[in-house]
Design a protein around this ligand. Sequence first.
Ligand code: SAJ
Length: 436
Amino acid sequence: MLCKVGEDIKVTIYGLGHMGLPTAALLARSGLKILGADINPQIVEQINQGRSPILEPGLDEMVHETVKSSHLSATTDMGEASRYSEVHMVIVPTPVDENKVADLKAVKIACQSIVKGLKEGDLVIIESTVPPGTCRNVVIPLLEESGLKVGVDFGLAYTPERALPNNTLEEMAHNPRIIGAVDQCSGDKASSLYQRITSGKIIRVTDLQTAEMVKLMENTYRDTNIALANEFALICESLGIDALEAIKAANHHPRVNIHTPGPGVGGHCLSIDPYFLVEIAKKQDIDTPLIKTSRMVNEKMPLEVARMARESLKEKGKDLKGATVGILGVAYKGNVADARESPAEDLIKELLSSGGVVYVHDPHAPSKIVESFGAIPADMSRTLQCDCVILVTDHDVYGQIEPSMVKKGLFICTRPILDPKTFREAGVTFKGVGRS
Ligand code: SAJ
């Protein structure tokens, strides 16, 4: 068996979302024929018209270029998708259900689709984030329903996607890749595929399960570190200490790297992946108090921000009930449109349940998201006229906010992008974290 992908190899990518589409576009640009498969016809249609449905620097241009050169196309027909190619890559979302247990539905559907066209010599690559053991216990049994045997008739590798949204293409082209595989040949083949798109190091680990674990460790480390930063920030706030100044000073220590406090941790990764570890540890009869507590700390941050708003309004003789509150940003982080698991949602719900009238501005997220959170979409100037303004997302445009724009003089800043001194000197009450 040839343990290297050839120049004429065809690849199907199952899932054309935030990670699947950039991967498809990069592989297509490297000269391979890529077929993207997605259940959403609107996404497929837009891509086939040469447009990216996702806001991501450089992606629209790359989709346009690769569709035009016929290296990239998309389909909703899973049978066609699986018969088309020799390499099958699964990059679908893996959320948690209401019990915080991994929902592997999309991975299972993708594997069932692959089975329709799986042939001898094919390679399957799973990139979706999953609890350790998923490839062995879920993916392999499903794929072997084809009658073919893993490691004998077809190969399997797990390589987690690790790129940062809003810098995805850049990171996919330079970040190291972790590869765990069912056998040497599958790992070699996967390595030769990723070498086409990344100049980063290829790190081979012992097996599929180790690679699954690496990804969860990375995101759980970040979530736990942010929880610590958030707890530090709450202590600093109560003592009148500038949390950012203290954190920056502490980070001068050669072995300290405290992350940045904020309104809570959003997005589809950090706020979910630690639960995969909790789930698997529980099955092994191991308690994970640190991981669970970190999640709890980050999940209650929006309530802490609401408390800050309530108390600050009170200091000004106003009740939150009936007051107008302006929220700047619903996206989970700066310069993206994605509001999945955004801390803005819990914050808005808490403010509304206390009787506040909530206006929201976001330059990227669609207003239907704001409405689904129960708030009133507004322009930036209307939002800044509210009794209390809360900056939730560090969109670049908010770095231009000046004290005179905050009409009622109360500003809660949950991201370190503004200088508190200029606001305070202009008579604005500035709470939260500042750029120090
Ligand atoms: N955040 C903070 N403080 C920080 C850093 C982030 O409050 O110091 C917040 C953000 O505002 C956001 C959330 O955390 O609400 C997550 O943002 P992020 O930029 O840290 O990460 P994601 O979710 O966009 O992407 C992460 C990345 N993982 C790591 O950096 C370890 C990315 O590399 C992964 O590919 C991605 O998860 C994923 O898909 O798993």
